[in-house]
Design a protein around this ligand. Sequence first.
Ligand code: NDP
Length: 262
Amino acid sequence: MSPSREKPSLALFDLTGKTALITGAAGGIGAVLARGLAGAGARIVLNGRRREKLEALAGELENDGFAAGILVFDVTDHEATRSAIDAYEAETGPIDILVNNAGIQIRGPLEDYDPADFERIMATNVTGVFNAAQACARHMIDRRAGKIVNIASVQTALARKGIAPYTATKGAVGNLTKGMATDWAQYGIQANAIAPGYFDTPLNKALVEDDAFSAWLAARTPAGRWGRLEELVGAAVFLASDASSFVNGHVLYVDGAMTVSL
Ligand code: NDP
């Protein structure tokens, strides 16, 4: 689609008529991306494990004039994820955009790390991305169209002391994104990742409360500060929209230049 007087360039970013499923949307980055995609015109489907929290958020979006629904499932449960997405597709309509945002952090020195915690972080951050992406992609493949946006991290590229398992999961998200693009580009699907720097969410509570960490972060990040959650919205709208129709398998860092500098 070339820009013209009838079809201005901004229309490339318009998500009107599209439905976006955001996993882990009960708070933090997921909730902000849900509102951001709604603002670009998408109907929103909020996923998480806590029904009451999701219903409250969907109510807030609807009060503000946006279309929103909920889909309760645990992304680590392959069958539950598949059946919830299949049921939504059959009963309500297509999921055009999937944002794989659900993720957890379990910190600890690698030499003492509990194997059960390693399994748990892999199950949420990696298997969960696979589960939701595969379930949605089967329908997207039939339609020969779809957008998948995986939430990676600066830990896709860089390690940091005390979070080696998380780093492993986010490295996997980056490469799984490349694999999705490689397997599914032929079906008109674009799969990309957003790699956020450091943002103030419940996942980072321990870091936000640590003044020494904030001082280190400000010195280490060329932008000199934490990210603001709304600063992730532009990347999400771009990767969810026609504006990125030939962008595939890309990891887009939104990190104030942290990963390009020492
Ligand atoms: P939060 O802890 O605020 O939110 C994570 C959300 O994931 C929660 O709403 C939680 O909801 C949901 N969730 C967790 N496990 C599951 C599950 N098994 N099934 C469904 N939903 C689940 O974290 P953030 O908003 O900070 O993180 C969101 C994503 O961004 C994660 O992938 C994280 O790794 C990534 N990220 C975050 C950064 C940051 O600075 N905050 C930086 C880089 C990446 P509930 O428990 O109700 O189910």
